[in-house]
Design a protein around this ligand. Structure first.
Ligand SMILES: [Zn+2]
Ligand SMILES: [Zn+2]
Length: 423
């Protein structure tokens, strides 16, 4: 990092912004382009995401689904467009303000400021999702570059990352079960505590054979419907979810290919889908629900402690399917979600511990979003080999490839060449 900043000081400090940021355009022309030239590409970026509710409810489409999808589109579009427009334009602002480029003020601070301003305008949902997604990327970068022994083991051993995922998953599912406020997006929600004996017991053809109920007058688990249907519905839902996710991901990656030749969509559909992801999702929810039901059936006295242990054990074991799809993004998402959940759970304790920070008056999202956005933008330009492909793709789309033009120019000026892999 020090070497990089040293090179940067020598090579780029005195450059004008029309030599590296917007070649052949004035700052004003570039600013206008930053807000107009990115509209179509931001639409491309957000459209597949907004289609997810429609794909997931394809059999039960109604006005509400379309309204939900449209609102999602507007919220996320505004986020991508505003953050990239402001971030790119701020580069010129900082160049003018300081009279030269400094290592942090060429990208990290301008984009961070763009995210900070946007965070006051955007809907809470867009703020949360962008901050969460970028934190996940930032964590993933640490996983890839971190010199700590633990990071090295995690990125080099499939079993190590699987075991770590199992432990994180148990921690996360326990946190989710304890959490009474706030909603966190996770693969499945744990069952909340059982409170009542029920008058009836709905029979399950398969589970009753595998784990017979001792007393037939209770409802054994805290879920609605019988155990067989509960497990089957989970598997069905996650199969559709996995498929929808993979289709959306493939559309983002092969957008131009599909636009040129719509028949390519079918090729993408059949050949390029990653079935391991679908298998991971189905296995995760299937095993969790099966084990949870199987274990809960012994807990006829509705003991809260036993129920908590059952949830942890089922979560720990279902994490084993991560071996099929040891994806660093999912791993990072798990770690970030744990921080969010436990932050919420222990908020009062944290507040009393750090009394010198007026946590009640600060909205933490206005701090986290700019910091992580500034960080990943910096990594994307100066340590591009560490940037996950999805980050590069999303930045290409949200800035309409202006990020690639800046990185190309910068590396050309600094090293006289631009290796293709960094773009
Ligand atoms: Zn400029
Ligand atoms: Zn059950």
């Amino acid at each position: 990092m020090t070497t990089f900043s040293k090179y940067f000081q020598q090579a780029a400090r005195q450059l004008a912004c029309d030599e590296v940021i917007h070649v052949g355009e004035t700052c004003w022309q570039s600013t206008v382009w930053n807000f107009t030239g990115t509209i179509a590409s931001c639409t491309k970026f957000v459209l597949p995401l907004a289609l997810i509710p429609i794909i997931m409810k394809i059999r039960h489409l109604n006005k509400d689904v379309f309204r939900q999808s449209f609102r999602m589109f507007v919220d996320f579009f505004l986020g991508a467009w505003l953050v990239s427009g402001l971030g790119l334009s701020n580069i010129c602002l900082f160049r003018k303000l300081f009279g030269c480029f400094y290592y942090p003020t060429v990208l990290a601070v301008p984009s961070g400021l763009g995210a900070f301003i946007s965070s006051w305008v955007l809907a809470e949902r867009a703020n949360y999702h962008y901050a969460h997604g970028l934190s996940t990327v930032a964590f993933q970068v640490s996983l890839l570059r971190g010199d700590f022994y633990i990071f090295r083991i995690l990125r080099n051993s499939r079993w190590a990352i699987t075991i770590a995922f199992m432990l994180l998953n148990a921690t996360l599912m326990h946190g989710l079960r304890e959490n009474r406020s706030g909603r966190f997006y996770w693969l499945t929600q744990p069952l909340k505590p059982k409170t009542d004996y029920h008058e009836f017991y709905e029979e399950s053809q398969y589970m009753d054979k595998l784990s017979p109920i001792v007393r037939s007058q209770i409802k054994c688990c805290a879920h609605e419907m019988n155990c067989d249907s509960y497990i089957y519905e989970g598997i069905k839902k996650f199969f559709k979810f996995g498929l929808g996710l993979e289709i959306a991901r493939n559309i983002i990656y092969n957008y131009s290919l599909i636009l040129k030749n719509p028949l390519k969509f079918f090729e993408v559909f059949f050949k390029r889908l990653n079935w391991n992801l679908v298998l991971f999702l189905v296995g995760y929810v299937g095993i969790y629900r099966f084990l949870n039901c199987w274990l809960s059936r012994r807990n006829i006295y509705l003991s809260e402690e036993v129920s908590k242990k059952d949830n942890k054990l089922a979560s720990l074991l279902c994490g084993l399917v991560f071996y099929l799809y040891p994806d660093q993004s999912i791993f990072s998402h798990t770690a970030i979600t744990i921080i969010e959940i436990y932050w919420k759970l222990y908020y009062e304790q944290i507040k009393s511990f750090v009394t010198w920070i007026p946590l009640d008056k600060i909205k933490i999202i206005h701090i986290v979003f700019p910091i992580v956005f500034g960080y990943v933008t910096h990594i994307r330009a100066f340590n591009p080999w560490l940037a996950p492909p999805i980050l590069k793709k999303l930045m290409h789309l949200s800035t309409n490839y202006k990020d690639a033009a800046i990185v190309t120019k910068y590396h050309e000026l600094l090293f006289g060449l631009t290796p293709q892999f960094i773009l």
